[in-house]
Write a protein that binds this ligand. Structure first.
Ligand code: BES
Ligand code: MN
Ligand code: ZN
Length: 496
């Protein structure tokens, strides 16, 4: 979509549709009240005469509003005035883009950017508007043989701001929002692609494509022989059961001085997780094509860094493989020797994410990172604990945890912290190896975090379990692009 920022008279603005906010109960925000005056109270009257009362996400489309140069007026509910926050604004923006698309309106001017959610300036509001619009306009139709009949999203949206001094900050917000929107869309595309297309090699070729596009980005790809030669026994243990060759994809983004220590992002890239010999039941197994959404968030976030020329160095590491049953696959009871030298008894081959991440977390130490964050669709237990609203955050570092939680809050991509207390560690005890790859059923998200921590002792580290947040199921089935929003917000606020 194309965005512009405008100010000045609203009543004389020529547009196919003016989008204006209404508070719950029918109270009008300043900009809406101003156009209500121009229409001699027609807006207030229409609201009184309809079932629409400004409820969050609801809308009312009016044709040929008297006194305005706009062809239509879309009223969107933004909920209670006193609880108006950025999340409420995002929701209203998504609803408005959907309503515009459903009505087949190709171009609009939005007054939602004149709203003032507490604690956020016009730059943040414009950015959130663009991010939410891009999210709502996203379609994944690459695998359909024919264009769908669904109405396309609007092509152009002008964001109206209250004063001309707000033009410049709003334009900055549009640029940031546009970049984040691209990263989120990339993560969603990679997640939505089926596993017979999006293989480890496919991910590697997409990474190389990115490196050709951006001069600031270098990509190295390690294959089967490198993985074995380096001694990545955990990673190879998972990969050996698949006929698709594994890939360890290494991104190096240089936006800071050469001497600056990089931030490292590590993402689980299981392009399909059938469970291995500990085979999963058939119900919803198709959704295990999303098991590379951690890797996709690394791709997406690095794309944003490249687009925005973020002033820092970032390394991205995504171990990519399938997890399938096979005569050559790792078996329950097998013992693997990880790159760190620690030995792992594989009690359940379906706990494969932590195995490929263990070697990636050891490998990333080579870069002397200032901080490491890993993202993984790691446990069903995390979904049981937090549902689909929050990612599970685990970190031994309170400051890092707070920063990530705050970034998620601001970005509308929230996480919630789970403890990594020592009490949980004994769950991983093994009679035969240094430790096992699974604990009991209870606290499964935490024991997975405890497992990873054993490979992340040499640097500041946090783990995001995105099993519940990376994709939607049911009618809305598809990748969400999370946690690209959280990661970008965190990086944008990272101090030197
Ligand atoms: N990819 C799954 C986690 C998952 C499950 C994500 C369901 C989203 C929905 C992961 O590899 C896995 O299978 N985890 C096991 C771990 C268990 C064997 C300890 C799980 O959660 O059941
Ligand atoms: Mn699994
Ligand atoms: Zn998995």
């Amino acid at each position: 979509m194309q965005y512009s920022v405008v100010s000045g008279s609203i009543s004389t603005r020529k547009t196919a549709c003016l989008v204006a906010a209404v508070y719950q109960g029918g109270e009008l925000p300043d900009a809406t009240r101003a156009i209500d005056k121009t229409t001699r109270g027609a807006i207030a009257k229409h609201i009184r005469g309809s079932a629409f009362d400004g409820k969050h996400g609801d809308h009312l489309l009016l044709f040929d509003p008297a006194g305005l140069k706009a062809e239509r007026l879309l009223l969107v509910g933004v909920g209670e005035k006193k609880t108006l926050d950025l999340a409420a604004l995002r929701k209203a923006v998504r609803a408005s883009v959907k309503a515009l698309a459903d009505a087949g309106i190709g171009e609009a001017t939005s007054l939602l950017t004149t709203l003032k959610p507490a604690g956020f300036n016009v730059e943040a509001v414009a950015r959130a508007t663009v991010e939410a619009s891009e999210h709502a306009a996203y379609r994944f139709e690459r695998m359909k043989s024919k264009q769908s009949s669904r109405a396309p999203a609007p092509r152009k949206i002008a964001l109206h701001v209250a004063t001309s001094t707000q033009l410049a900050p709003a334009r900055r917000g549009v640029n940031t929002g546009g970049a984040v929107g691209l990263g989120v869309a990339l993560a969603r595309d990679l997640g939505n692609l089926p596993a017979n297309v999006c293989t480890p090699s496919y991910l590697a070729s997409e990474a190389r494509k990115m490196a050709r596009k951006y001069a600031s980005l270098k990509v190295k790809v390690l294959g089967e022989t490198d993985i074995k030669r380096l001694g990545m026994g955990d990673f190879w243990g998972v990969a050996r059961g698949s006929s698709q060759p594994p890939r360890l994809i290494l991104f190096e983004y240089s936006g800071g001085r050469k001497s600056e220590q990089p931030v490292a992002l590590v993402g689980k890239g299981v392009t399909f997780d059938a469970g291995g010999i500990s085979l999963k039941p058939p119900a919803r197994m198709d959704e295990m094509k999303f098991d590379m959404c951690g890797a996709a968030s690394v791709f997406g976030t690095l794309k944003v860094a490249c687009e925005m020329k973020l002033p820092m160095n970032i390394v991205g590491i995504t171990p990519a493989t399938e997890n399938l049953p096979d005569g050559n696959a790792v078996k329950p009871g097998d013992i693997l020797t990880s790159l760190s030298g620690q030995t792992v008894e594989v009690l359940n081959t379906d706990a494969e994410g932590r195995l490929i991440l263990s070697d990636a977390l050891t490998y990333v130490g080579r870069y002397k990172p200032r901080v490491v964050v890993d993202m993984a669709t790691l446990t069903g237990a995390c979904v049981v604990a937090l549902g689909h609203h929050a990612s599970g955050l685990m970190s031994p570092d309170d400051k890092l945890a707070e920063d990530l939680l705050a970034a998620g809050e601001r970005a509308g991509d929230r996480a919630w912290r789970l403890p990594l207390w020592d009490d949980y560690q004994s769950e991983l005890d093994s009679n035969f190896a240094d430790f096992a790859n699974v604990g009991g059923r209870e606290g499964g998200a935490i024991t997975a975090g405890c497992f990873l921590w054993r490979f992340a002792k040499d640097y500041k580290w946090a783990h995001l379990d995105i099993a519940g947040t990376a994709w939607d199921s049911g009618a809305k089935k598809g990748a969400t692009g999370r946690p690209v929003g959280l990661l970008c917000e965190w990086l944008l606020n990272l101090k030197k």
